[in-house]
Write a protein that binds this ligand. Structure first.
Ligand code: PLP
Length: 349
C-alpha cells in the first residue's frame, strides 16, 4: 500500500464530504462578484499564459504603486511561502522566525529545508533574538494574523524595523487577510512597508480558494538579494489562466466595491455569531477578522466530531499549539442557526 501523503493541517476541505456549514475555512462565506466569476469562466485555457505575465505584472504594479519589475506572481500564497523560504536558504540565511500561533506553512517550509526555526508569540522575541545573534534571518509576520486576527502595534513594528536594519534581515508581511479586516487598521509604518516583502492572497476574500493565485511584492532595497532567487525559482507558467484572470480583476472597481459591501455584512454576522457563543459560555478571543479563536466549555474533540457528523465543521486549534481551542469563521445566519441547533442537541445527549 502506498504511504499516506502527509499534509499540514488546514481548515476548509478535507478528504470527507464537503461540510454543509464550514466554519473551519477562513474564506469569505459570500460568493465572488459576478464580473469576476465571468472573467474566470472566460479565461483562455486553450493556450499558455504569457510566461512573463507582462500585462498582469504591469497592472498589479500600477495598482500597488510599485514598478512591474517588483511583482512576482505565484500559484497561491502557499507556493510563494515555499519559494521565498528556498530563496532565503540560497541567499545563505539559516534562521527563520515564524508566528506562533500562526499559519503552519511558514514553519513547514523552513523545516523541510532544514532551516532553524524560531517560533515567536510577540515581536519583542524576534527583536531580542535578531540582536542577540547578529545574523540575518527570514522573518514572517502575518497582519492580521491567522488564527488570532491580531495585529502588531506601531511601537512593535518600529522596534522590529530597527532590529531588521541592524541585522540585514528580510521581513515578509503576509497580508492574506488584510481585505477581510473588519475593524482597526494596520499600524505598519509606511517606511517599513516600503522596505518589506508583501504577500497578497486575494482568493480568501473572494471565496475562491480553489483558484490558486497570489503575488509577492519585492521591496526596493532587497538587502540580501532574495528577489533574483525567488524569480528564478518560479516554475514556467506558475499561474494558470484562471489564476491570471482572478489577479487581473483583483483591483477592478466592481471587485473592490464588492469588498466594501461585504465587510459591514460580515461584521454584523460576526457580532451575532459571537453573541450566540457567549450565551453558550464559550470563551472567545478578540479579533479584527471574520475568524477568531474560541474555547467551548465542553471537550472540544468530542464536540468537533459530533458537529462533523451533522455536516458542520470547525477548525481544531491543536496544531496551532492551542489544545482545547477552536478557530471558527463567520458564517451566514442560516449556518449559525444550524450550529446553534447542533450545539443544543449535542449538549442534551
Ligand atoms: C495566513 C495565510 N497565508 C497564506 C495562505 C495561503 O493561501 P493560498 O495558498 O490559498 O493563497 C493562507 C491559507 O490559509 C493563510 O492563512
Amino acid at each position: 500500500m502506498p504511504a499516506a501523503i502527509i499534509t499540514h493541517e488546514h481548515g476548509g476541505s478535507d478528504a470527507g464530504p464537503a461540510p454543509l456549514h464550514d466554519f473551519s475555512t477562513n474564506a469569505s462565506p459570500l460568493p465572488a462578484p459576478p464580473a469576476l466569476l465571468d472573467a474566470l469562466l472566460g479565461a483562455d485555457r486553450s493556450r499558455y499564459p504569457d510566461p512573463a505575465y507582462t500585462a498582469l505584472r504591469e497592472q498589479l504594479g500600477a495598482a500597488e504603486g510599485v514598478s512591474a519589475a517588483r511583482v512576482l506572481p505565484a500559484s497561491g500564497g502557499a507556493e510563494a511561502i515555499r519559494r521565498l523560504s528556498l530563496a532565503a536558504l540560497l541567499c545563505g540565511l539559516r534562521q527563520v522566525w515564524v508566528p506562533q500561533p500562526g499559519f503552519g506553512d511558514y514553519a513547514a517550509a523552513a523545516s523541510a529545508l532544514g532551516l532553524q526555526l524560531h517560533p515567536y508569540e510577540h515581536l519583542d522575541q524576534v527583536c531580542e533574538g535578531l540582536l542577540r545573534w547578529q545574523a540575518p534571518a527570514l522573518v514572517w509576520v502575518c497582519d492580521p494574523c491567522n488564527p488570532t486576527g491580531e495585529s502588531p502595534a506601531r511601537a512593535d513594528w518600529l522596534a522590529l524595523d530597527a532590529a531588521l536594519a541592524e541585522t540585514h534581515s528580510p521581513l515578509v508581511l503576509d497580508q492574506a487577510y488584510e481585505p477581510l479586516r473588519l475593524n482597526g487598521a494596520s499600524e505598519l509604518p509606511p517606511a517599513l512597508a516600503a522596505r518589506c516583502w508583501r504577500l497578497v492572497c486575494p482568493n480568501k476574500a473572494l471565496a475562491l480558494t480553489g483558484v490558486r493565485a497570489a503575488y509577492l511584492l519585492a521591496p526596493e532595497n532587497d538587502v540580501i538579494g532574495l528577489f533574483a532567487h525567488a524569480r528564478r525559482l518560479a516554475p514556467s507558467w506558475v499561474l494558470s489562466a484562471e489564476g491570471c484572470a482572478l489577479l487581473m480583476h483583483w483591483h477592478s472597481e466592481s471587485t473592490q466595491a464588492h469588498l466594501r459591501q461585504l465587510r459591514p455584512r460580515l461584521s454584523a454576522w460576526r457580532d451575532t455569531q459571537h453573541h450566540m457563543l457567549s450565551q453558550l459560555n464559550w470563551q472567545q478571543r478578540d479579533s479584527s477578522t471574520p475568524f477568531w479563536l474560541a474555547r467551548p466549555p465542553q471537550d472540544s474533540e468530542g464536540l468537533l466530531s459530533g458537529l462533523r457528523t451533522r455536516g458542520i465543521k470547525l477548525r481544531d486549534a491543536r496544531s496551532f499549539g492551542l489544545a482545547g481551542w477552536l478557530r471558527l469563521s463567520t458564517q451566514t445566519p442560516a449556518s449559525q442557526l444550524a450550529l446553534l441547533n447542533a450545539l443544543q442537541e449535542l449538549s442534551t445527549r
